[in-house]
Design a protein around this ligand. Structure first.
Ligand code: HEC
Length: 102
């Protein structure tokens, strides 16, 4: 029993950085896709030049609104359906949320 507890703790704390790492990877992947496909209109590093929507305004519970605009397009923005995979949209969302105002 004495050996079990430290082992359990090691396993638990060993897992936490792993999860944080996966999240970091999603954010980094999202940043790359954003730079290639979105920055031209939404601004370098999410800094909206004033010509489109500031994506940092998205709140955590607005994923559905994000999905609809990205898949179907909105105003001057073309639709991305069939262009970006589910995983790529997840990654862009992770990137946006990492730098969102709230
Ligand atoms: C050709 C320029 C252009 C590109 C490229 C572009 N957008 Fe947009 N986007 C816009 C404009 C302009 C709007 C505002 C549309 C409106 O409200 O009329 C917009 C709106 C949006 C919205 C909706 C915001 C809301 O009001 O709910 C989302 C989400 C979005 N863009 C995400 C993205 C993502 C993610 C990418 C990259 C995959 C991207 N956009 C690429 C121009 C662009």
């Amino acid at each position: 029993m004495r050996k079990t507890i430290p082992l359990l703790l090691a396993a638990l704390f060993g897992m936490l950085p792993g999860r944080a790492l996966a999240q970091d990877e999603a954010v980094a992947a999202g940043a790359e896709i954003y730079a290639a496909d979105c920055a031209v209109c939404h601004g370098e590093r999410l800094r909206n030049p004033g010509t489109s929507f500031d994506l940092r305004e998205f709140r955590a519970d607005e994923r559905a609104r994000f999905e609809q605009a990205v898949l179907d397009g909105k105003g001057q923005m073309p639709p991305w359906r069939g262009v970006l995979s589910d995983e790529q949209r997840d990654q862009i969302w992770a990137y946006i949320r990492a730098y969102a105002y709230e």
